[in-house]
Write a protein that binds this ligand. Sequence first.
Ligand SMILES: Cc1cc2nc3c(=O)[nH]c(=O)nc-3n(C[C@H](O)[C@H](O)[C@H](O)COP(=O)(O)OP(=O)(O)OC[C@H]3O[C@@H](n4cnc5c(N)ncnc54)[C@H](O)[C@@H]3O)c2cc1C
Length: 416
Amino acid sequence: MRGVDVAIIGAGAAGLSAARELSVAGVSVAVVEGRDRIGGRIFTRRDPRVPVPVELGAEFVHGAAPEVGRVARAAGLAVLDLCGGRFEPRGGRLAPLDGYLQRVDRVMRKLAAEFVQGFHAADLERISARSLAEGGSPGQDPTESLLGRVAGGYDRVPEWLARGIGPSIHLSTTVERVEWEPGGVALLVRSSVDGRASVVDARAAIVTVPIGVLNAAAGEPGAITFSPDVGPIHRASARLAMGAVARIAFWFTELPWDARGVELAAGETTASLAFLQTHAADFPVWWSAHPARVPFAVAWSGGPPAAALSGLPLDEARGRALRGLAGALGISPRTVERRVVDAWTHDWQADPFSRGAYSYARVGGSTAGRSLARPVARTLFFAGEATDTHGRTGTVDGAIASGRRAAGQVLRALRV
Ligand SMILES: Cc1cc2nc3c(=O)[nH]c(=O)nc-3n(C[C@H](O)[C@H](O)[C@H](O)COP(=O)(O)OP(=O)(O)OC[C@H]3O[C@@H](n4cnc5c(N)ncnc54)[C@H](O)[C@@H]3O)c2cc1C
């Protein structure tokens, strides 16, 4: 690979938004991506039998999400806000869960386990209460309570960000080592196609790999060694951790909550069911594709229960999800199982390029994101959801914003 102005590690939302900003400003870039696809933790699959996108990573647009909104407008994408109801089993019947987000907010403030783990994917023993208080919950602002989806699939966002810079993106190329000095960087990379090593030379680098990768020990798959070591960055990243998420997407012949034998509270219908809080141990939350009327649903687990599911064969994990759902619906597991046509998942915890779902601040780590966002010798710049400083860590919106912030820092450093 030839030398460029700026080398960018990672073709997720952060890396692509940085690359786009720099290209528009006339700066040459090389984006080096370990996987054989762009998007990172945005991972959309499509199946000819299923009329909605199958999201295996990010699915929702949280709150106002100005960065996602900007991309959506420019790319001609619609964000559809969820309007359905939230239910839970109560007294043997499915009943509406009133004021769900307000309840999340209240419960989060008390750090009650189920909701906090579900929302932040965090381990309660380790999460920083300060970072939760500063940015973690939807609060009273109605805009912040909005929850939408990108119609057509979340991958349309990275696709648009990558438009026009395709030749600068090098897939299946893992960065193993970053050698740097003020004003110069050499990335030592290896192709996962033929195992060949090569070098990318640049004046500066933007590193957008997840915290799980930054914190991985040297020699682990995907881990990056910096030479010389970047002490402040590693001290900051060690104050953050990756939360675990397990999610399984199901295509059914009929939604299980529409099966005979499921009792509903008086006057209720499942036609508007968007979320179901089952309180099951492994997968306490399910959601439908509402407002799309299709028999598609997702089982969700966050925090230590999700970490415990990592490495399980899909059949075992899906069996647990379906048994938990059957228990909440008051019907037999066989009745639920019989309705399954197919299921999809991705093990983010075992994936060497993510090593978890998204970042959270450990106790004492509430300012670590800010430290990561500080340039190193005007040569190394760090971006990615974990470096967001506006309460949007763990989101696509925060990742895009961080990429744009890093691109601005680079432009100032290179005085372009
Ligand atoms: C299951 C799940 C559900 C989620 N749900 C939501 C949601 O509903 N809404 C929301 O807003 N957010 C959600 N998120 C979070 C969101 O996906 C992330 O915050 C965002 O996509 C992160 O973007 P990023 O660019 O910071 O990192 P990434 O997307 O992880 O990009 C980093 C890139 O670096 C690459 N990389 C890593 N190591 C190397 C290496 N050594 N060499 C080369 N390349 C490397 C990776 O392959 C990756 O492509 C979810 C995440 C998960 C996992």
